[in-house]
Write a protein that binds this ligand. Structure first.
Ligand code: ATP
Ligand code: MG
Length: 565
């Protein structure tokens, strides 16, 4: 492609709303343009990268026996009602106004519907079905450029198996394929245990890229390698104490005390004897959640503990109406019509202090066993930096990360609700055992840029670079320079070395060099008057800045040698 006619709208300035380097650079290098919040147009250069990423994904999915589908984005709403996910996805699912259709945020339902009609016997299994297709999600906060779009490209695949061992096999095949895909795309990544969230199912792992801009937080142990999303991470933090004797309940006056820290200070006690109350609504019903001291609640853990559905913190006014008290004075004693659940750290604890459901009062000496009717103890708390590792006791580290892929052992949740069954060897009807696996195409591109850029621009790995070579003719007023450059362009094309050619006549050399660094092709081949005098051109390696002078005759071979193509 020649830049004299190619559409590569580069920008000098960063877009004002962008914070992440990948967001700035994808716009500045003319890869994408925003159309609406969370909606981007891919321009020619960006689309070349996306196609390469998709091709790598396709090759590795085909290599594990995946069969490519193309499923409709428009789905009948009944399909989503059947599995209960219309409710689970809530506002995230786009619904159409003029037909009972939704824009699919993922495709388990459609896959199940096909399997239900066409998979009859264990002999039809296993299957791995995949597609690379546009997904729609009404993300509440689309930001970070293409990393969180309301429309984005996902490779989603689904394994269908007759046995749980089969599922383990399909899952492992995907895991290995994903490792190959991300490695081929030149990403540094790690794998963490993850929550199964609204998708249901048993096991799940996420592929993550460490980034200060990541919206996920991951708990890591540098010693034993434990890695888990904070949504499920656990540590070896000790439980609250059980004292030999439980004291009688006692109301204490605590004027103007709202927070756990204020309470600890006011009473001059450690936070470890305070039970913090949080009030949520679960599918419209009130729930009191007890946490120890300053422990933070993880909503994903809460949702799992409550068995899915809709949760939200209760509004202060509603809380006051229901209990007669404000948030800082709520507690488990005498609280009527609330489901009560508690964090594991509170199990068996006594002599605790919590709110009295009366403003400015607390109750002391609460014994969880004697005084509180708890509907269940669960791990609900967020692991904090430095807590001992659940496996080896080493202090844990907490890092921000971007999720680039997710693999799930779904099990039979969807096949049961949609009655996608098969007949086993004994002629018995069984639900198909499913797995579901996703990769975000845009996130691979953006994360690659996050990991491979400098102050001048992008530094593409050759595997997904829009072009291999950026050919620059420096002194276009010299006919010899133009002729040599034109010939090199033809030669690269003939040799199937992908080349973008800056043949512009009206652009200064400095501007061309800046653009070449910004666009970030692995090699720049620079044709100048000065070097041509010695029958030479210059090759610049974008990643290292190394410059090599090479004779005209040898340039193609040298490019092949450096790029190993
Ligand atoms: P997140 O927690 O970041 O919203 P998710 O758990 O909803 O991600 P999945 O449903 O597992 O993601 O989707 C599979 C993959 O699709 C993700 O690993 C990610 O790479 C990509 N993805 C998900 N949501 C988006 C989005 N809004 N924009 C771009 N890519 C996305
Ligand atoms: Mg999401």
């Amino acid at each position: 492609m020649k830049l004299s006619w190619g559409f590569v709208p580069t920008l000098k300035e960063d877009p004002s709303d962008a914070i992440m380097p990948s967001h700035k650079l994808m716009i500045r290098a003319g890869l994408v343009r925003p159309l609406a919040a969370g909606v981007y147009s891919f321009l020619p250069l960006g689309w070349r990268v996306a196609k390469k990423v998709m091709q790598i994904i396709r090759e590795e999915m085909d290599a594990i026996g995946g069969q490519e589908f193309h499923l409709p984005a428009l789905n009948p709403i009944e399909l989503w009602e059947e599995t209960g996910r219309l409710r689970d996805f809530g506002d995230v699912i786009f619904q159409l106004k003029n037909r009972p259709l939704v824009l699919a945020p993922t495709h388990e339902e459609v896959i199940c519907q096909i399997a239900k009609h066409h998979i009859k016997s264990y002999k039809d299994l296993p299957q791995i079905w995949y597609q690379i297709q546009t997904k729609f999600r009404n993300e509440p906060r689309p930001r970070s450029g293409v990393i969180r779009g309301r429309q984005f490209i996902m490779k989603d695949s689904y394994s269908l198996d007759a046995s749980w061992e089969g599922l383990d096999r399909s899952y492992e095949l995907h895991k290995q394929a994903y490792i190959k895909i991300y490695t081929r795309c030149g990403l540094k990544f790690f794998i963490v245990g993850a929550s199964t969230g609204a998708m249901g199912g048993s096991a799940s792992e996420e592929f993550m890229v460490e980034s200060p801009y990541g919206e996920d937080t991951v708990v890591l142990c540098d010693k034993c390698g434990y890695a888990a999303n904070t949504e499920i991470a656990q540590s070896n933090v000790p439980p609250a104490k059980r004292y030999p004797e439980s004291q009688p309940l006692k109301e204490i006056y605590t004027p103007n005390v709202r927070t756990i820290n204020e309470l600890a200070q006011f009473l001059n006690v450690p936070t470890e004897i305070l039970a913090k109350s949080l009030v949520y609504k679960h599918n419209g019903q009130p729930v009191l959640i007890l946490m120890l001291g300053n422990d933070q609640l993880v909503e994903a853990k809460l949702l799992k503990a409550l068995g899915g559905g809709e949760i939200s913190p209760m509004e202060p006014e509603e809380l006051k109406n229901l209990t007669g008290a404000n948030a800082g004075s709520i507690g488990p004693i005498g609280l009527k019509n609330f489901k009560i659940i508690a964090d594991m750290r509170l199990k068996g604890a006594n002599n605790l202090i919590s709110g009295a459901n009366k403003d400015d009062y607390h109750i002391a000496n609460i014994d969880m066993e004697r005084d509180v009717k708890v509907d269940g103890y669960f791990d609900l708390r967020k692991v904090e930096e430095g807590e001992p590792c659940i496996n080896c006791g080493n202090p844990l580290r907490i890092v921000n990360a971007i999720e680039i892929g997710h693999i799930f052992k779904l099990g039979t949740k969807y096949s049961e609700s949609m009655k996608a069954t098969f007949l086993d060897e004994n002629g018995q009807e069984k639900p198909i055992i499913m797995g579901s696996y996703g990769i975000g195409v845009e996130r691979i591109i953006a994360c690659h840029i996050e990991q491979n850029h400098d102050e001048n621009g992008i530094i593409w790995d050759k595997a997904i670079a829009p072009y291999h070579v950026h050919l620059i003719s420096v002194n276009t007023e010299n006919p010899k320079v133009v002729e040599v450059s034109d010939n090199l362009y033809e030669k690269f094309n003939a040799e199937k070395i992908e080349v973008i050619y800056d043949d512009r006549m009206d652009v200064s050399p400095g501007f061309k060099f800046k653009d070449a660094d910004l666009l970030g092709m692995p090699l720049q081949v620079i044709v100048s008057e000065r070097n041509l005098k010695n029958n030479q051109v210059e090759i610049k390696v974008r990643k290292t800045g190394e410059r090599i002078l090479i004779s005209l005759e040898e340039v193609v071979a040298k490019v092949r040698e450096i790029l190993e193509i």
